[in-house]
Design a protein around this ligand. Structure first.
Ligand code: ADP
Ligand code: MG
Length: 348
């Protein structure tokens, strides 16, 4: 059988979709008020990262945030051989326990709880399965069914054990916890939440440094600090679910919240005329097949918003509707369906 493979580097594109409407608006406002506004751009975590700020005095804080981002990347990258997560996976593969620092531990605890709450729809142990699909590599492809089944048998959050370390001088020694697994073939992958978690940490550091108004965009994970200097919300565009489209289907205003999107147009490849995107059904190890093109979650904590966007992509709208109803915090969830229609749930 002839196999045709096409791969589109659409990650940067979708970042562009989400960032562009924001930038249009900000530039326009800036033109009106002639107030200060600056956007710094860098490439980290395999995506474009921007920070827009509105007060010249924040320049140092923003530069410090970019350094902090490099540090966090060396915690969460699954592919960089000098990262903490890489070292954790190496240790697990040798059957050893591994001590992780505060950030990795916090992220693992959040992910573990999310996995439990979603009945496994959010699964941070799919590393081996993602590797087979190789979405981030040069040659992504549909894996052999038997190989996929074997990799899938080495997944499951119940196989991971987390034990917190408590010490008195917590800030000094950066205590985290001990991670172990009974399955030496399991690989942790925090790709479903790491950018959101990092965005939240950057926001917290910037706020501690006195920044009161800024917008961070980590490859479509948008995090607002406060409001715009004119007191209005930041406007975020939600991309139209069409390849190569620069239009957006809706805009949403955020203040001091995060807006995080998971979708089929962020990272995918085509084989034999079929699209394969990078969000996997943990039950089958195959990309989720549904009517959903993307889901955007607006929530106060960016790490949680990232977890929820991936989870709600897997579960579909019914789960999201119930989640939103029962959520004690303000939350808005916007689905873009493949036919272009929208489904919105909000408890605000
Ligand atoms: P993006 O990384 O584009 O922001 P997501 O936050 O939805 O999008 O994360 C997708 C990534 O999460 C995948 O590339 C993979 O690393 C990981 N992943 C895939 N399926 C799942 C799942 N069911 N649960 C948790 N993480 C997943
Ligand atoms: Mg996510």
């Amino acid at each position: 059988m002839k196999t045709e493979k096409k791969r589109y580097k659409i990650k940067e594109f979708s970042t562009f979709f989400l960032a562009l409407p924001v930038l249009f608006c900000l530039l326009f406002c800036n033109g009106c008020s002639k107030s200060f506004q600056k956007t710094v751009t860098t490439f980290a975590c395999d995506t474009v990262v921007t920070i827009t700020y509105y007060d010249k005095k924040d320049e140092k804080a923003v530069n410090d945030a970019l350094s902090y981002l490099s540090e966090l990347e060396l915690v969460f990258s699954r592919t960089k051989e000098n990262s903490e997560l890489y070292a954790l996976n190496e240790a697990l593969h040798k059957g050893e326990d591994f001590v992780v620092g505060k950030d990795l531990y916090q992220a693992l605890v959040m992910s573990y709880e999310a996995a439990k709450e979603s009945d496994g729809a959010f699964d941070f142990t799919l590393g081996n399965v993602s590797d087979l699909w190789n979405f981030t590599g040069e040659t992504p492809h549909v894996p052999d069914a038997a190989v996929l089944a074997e990799a899938l048998s080495h997944t499951g959050c119940e196989k991971i054990h987390l034990e917190g370390i408590f010490v008195t001088d917590a800030e000094e020694s950066n205590p985290g916890g001990i991670v172990s697994s009974e399955d030496a073939s399991l690989s942790v992958d925090l790709g479903g939440m790491a950018k959101g978690y990092m965005g939240q940490k950057l926001k917290e550091q910037l706020m501690e440094a006195g920044v009161t108004s800024a917008l961070l965009n980590l490859g479509g994970n948008v995090v607002a600090i406060g409001k715009k200097p004119d007191g209005t919300k930041f406007q975020i565009g939600i991309a139209k679910p069409e390849k190569d489209s620069s239009e957006y289907v809706s805009t949403v205003g955020i203040a001091n919240e995060a807006a995080v999107t998971s979708g089929i147009y962020q990272r995918y490849f085509e084989e034999n005329g079929k699209w394969y995107h990078h969000i996997l059904d943990p039950k089958t190890g195959v990309p989720v097949e549904s009517d959903v093109a993307s889901v955007t979650v607006i929530y106060r904590d960016s790490g949680m918003a990232d977890i929820l966007s991936t989870t709600m992509f897997v579960t579909g709208p019914d789960y999201a509707e119930t989640y939103v109803k029962n959520c004690p915090q303000d939350i808005t969830v916007i689905y873009v369906m493949k036919d272009g229609s929208l489904k919105e749930f909000s408890n605000k």
